[in-house]
Design a binder for this molecule. Structure first.
Ligand code: GLC
Length: 564
């Protein structure tokens, strides 16, 4: 058994909570969440045991993609607050010994960014080359320069009548891609990163960082049979996207970013990349080994293989092994089950709180950095909202789809075409607007009716709530070196039991063992070692351990510790 005794940097041990600012807490009375609102809830997050907070973008933006379309990277959108509010947010988080992560959209800007307006104004504009402009195909140039499809379907090329050229947009048409082959662009964006690092930001989440560069010769992407995107293959919409996604130059680019972040220390800063890709590709983005605890690429990459993983022993065993074995130190896995683009995990677990507790136990005790999406800790559900009135630009893009196609697509329950569904206001209490905004105000998205039973206030008082389960797990993780820093060993028993997943976490002299009963039946394990001590159970006040026998209720998870 290998035990780890490494002294890991803070960002490998931390737990991250994602806030979607528009939906967290409104303080100004306009039905839109804002920075002062977030500040008023920092005590809640600290008390929950969160160590790092990641904010989806609140920079100036026309909000066509709710902040992922930036029009000024160094100022704050007025509906969220001011630069003074932002500086106070950073200060107040640091004063609580917590860390701040901002969301950087490097790949593209808004089409309303002054750079793009300037670039679009004429072929001779000094900023023309800041974006990717090309002539269309001959004879009249009215056909896109090549066959490249965007990430969201359809050609990624958009025609500009006035200058009779096409610009490239990897995402939606109003999000033109920046041209990083132009060194002025790179310099400007690197300066922007410094601007925020100098203000004390501790890390960045890098939006679609695997799409920064495209083929310099603009060659067509080859045909592929795949229509739906998948994490394992870089193919979708009948195209193998070798020239537009995961271009070799991206891997060098993240190393340059790493060097920039390495200029800062005390604390060390980190970046986590948003990349839908196979484990091998993710590892390549994390770079080569530099020392026992560091690589020279991204510090972390989201591992999205977990999004749709089934809650059963074979699937989870495979996943834990996949993450742990491929991301041994100095690589660090990540555990993410929900975010602002995905259906919430709990919907995939049949809305079941008991299963959500088990899922959380895995997320917070396996080796790697957990990312918790706001509301996940109280079991907030996706709220099915009509596609016809979607605010989400992806939802709107597909709102014309016939009902039958929509129901076929969403049949499995794991595809949600309207991202509004997972972005509804945070549920603080039972009041009509769930305490997100005052009752006489219309919230930007409707509050989910499940707030009657799933909200912070009610769950705080219930020792057996999901919220209190998260609270206990977060504390346990923070105070237990084997959990935040130890190596992981799958117990051999897991291979013998159909319904139990068990692994140990080892650090110096500490041994912690996690048992997850992933079934509807009771489970009895005899001949446990006598010195096992119960550290945590998903069921409050349970006594699963009697002498040398462990009895687990259906879907119960426990954490034990062995004295040396
Ligand atoms: C990322 C973001 C998503 C956004 C897109 C374009 O996937 O997570 O919300 O719409 O990039 O920036």
């Amino acid at each position: 058994m290998s035990s780890s005794s490494l002294n890991l940097p803070w960002w490998k041990k931390t737990t991250v909570y994602q806030i979607y600012p528009r939906s967290f807490k409104d303080s100004s009375g306009d039905g839109i969440g804002d920075i002062p609102g977030i500040i008023s809830k920092l005590d809640y997050l600290q008390d929950l045991g969160i160590e790092t907070i990641w904010f989806s973008p609140f920079f100036s933006s026309p909000q066509a993609d709710f902040g992922y379309d930036v029009s000024d990277y160094r100022s704050i959108a007025p509906e969220y607050g001011s630069m003074t509010d932002c500086e106070k947010l950073i200060r107040d988080i640091h004063n609580r010994d917590m860390y701040v992560v901002f969301d950087l959209v490097l790949n593209h800007t808004s089409d309303q960014h002054p750079w793009f307006l300037e670039s679009q104004s004429s072929r001779d504009s000094p900023k023309r080359d800041w974006y990717i402009w090309r002539d269309g195909r001959k004879p009249h140039g009215k056909k896109p320069p090549n066959n490249w499809k965007s990430m969201v379907g359809g050609s990624g090329w958009h025609y500009d009548e006035a200058t009779e050229q096409w610009y490239w947009a990897q995402f939606l048409p109003f999000q033109p891609d920046l041209n990083y082959r132009n060194l002025d662009v790179k310099r400007e964006m690197f300066d922007t990163i410094r601007f925020w690092l100098d203000k004390g930001v501790d890390g960045f989440r890098l939006d679609i960082i695997n799409t920064i560069f495209e083929d310099e010769q603009f060659r067509d992407n080859p045909f592929a049979w795949n229509f739906f995107p998948s994490v394992e293959e870089n193919k979708s919409f009948f195209q193998n996207k070798i020239h537009t996604i995961n271009h070799p130059d991206n891997f060098l680019f993240v190393k340059e970013l790493r060097s920039l972040l390495d200029e800062y220390s005390n604390p060390e800063r980190f970046m986590v990349g948003e990349i839908h890709a196979s484990i091998d590709t993710l590892k390549r983005y994390c770079g080569e080994v530099r020392s026992k605890t560091t690589t020279d690429g991204l510090h972390l990459a989201f591992m999205f293989q977990s999004l749709d993983v089934k809650l059963d022993v074979p699937s989870l065993l495979e996943l834990v092994n996949l993450y742990d074995q491929n991301f041994q130190e100095p690589y660090t896995p990540t555990w993410v089950f929900s975010n602002h683009d995905q259906m919430r995990r709990i919907n995939k677990l049949g809305s079941d709180i008991t299963k959500a507790k088990l899922n959380a136990t895995l997320q917070l005790t396996a080796r790697g950095v957990p990312f918790i999406y706001y509301g996940e800790e109280i079991g907030m559900l996706n709220h099915k909202l009509p596609l016809k009135t979607a605010k989400d630009p992806i939802g709107r893009k597909y709102s014309w789809l016939p009902k039958i196609v929509i129901s076929l697509l969403t049949r499995t329950g794991s595809i949600s075409l309207n991202r509004d569904d997972c972005r509804t206001p945070m549920q603080w209490d039972q009041s009509p607007n769930a305490g997100f905004c005052s009752e006489d105000v219309e919230s930007w998205l409707p509050v989910s009716p499940d707030h009657q039973s799933r909200n912070v206030t009610s769950e705080e008082d219930d020792p057996d709530s999901l919220l209190n389960c998260y609270r206990s797990l977060l504390r346990l993780r923070k105070n237990t070196p084997a959990i935040h820093s130890g190596s992981l060993v799958i117990s051999s028993l897991s291979h013998n039991f159909e319904s139990v997943l068990s692994y140990q976490r080892l650090h110096d002299n500490q041994t912690v063992e996690v048992w997850l009963n992933i079934s509807e039946k009771h489970c009895r394990i005899d001949e446990m070692e006598q010195d096992a001590k119960l550290l945590f159970s998903t069921i409050h006040n349970a006594t699963p351990l009697r002498e040398s026998v462990l009895v687990l209720e259906p879907y119960q998870g426990v954490v034990l510790e062995y004295s040396q």
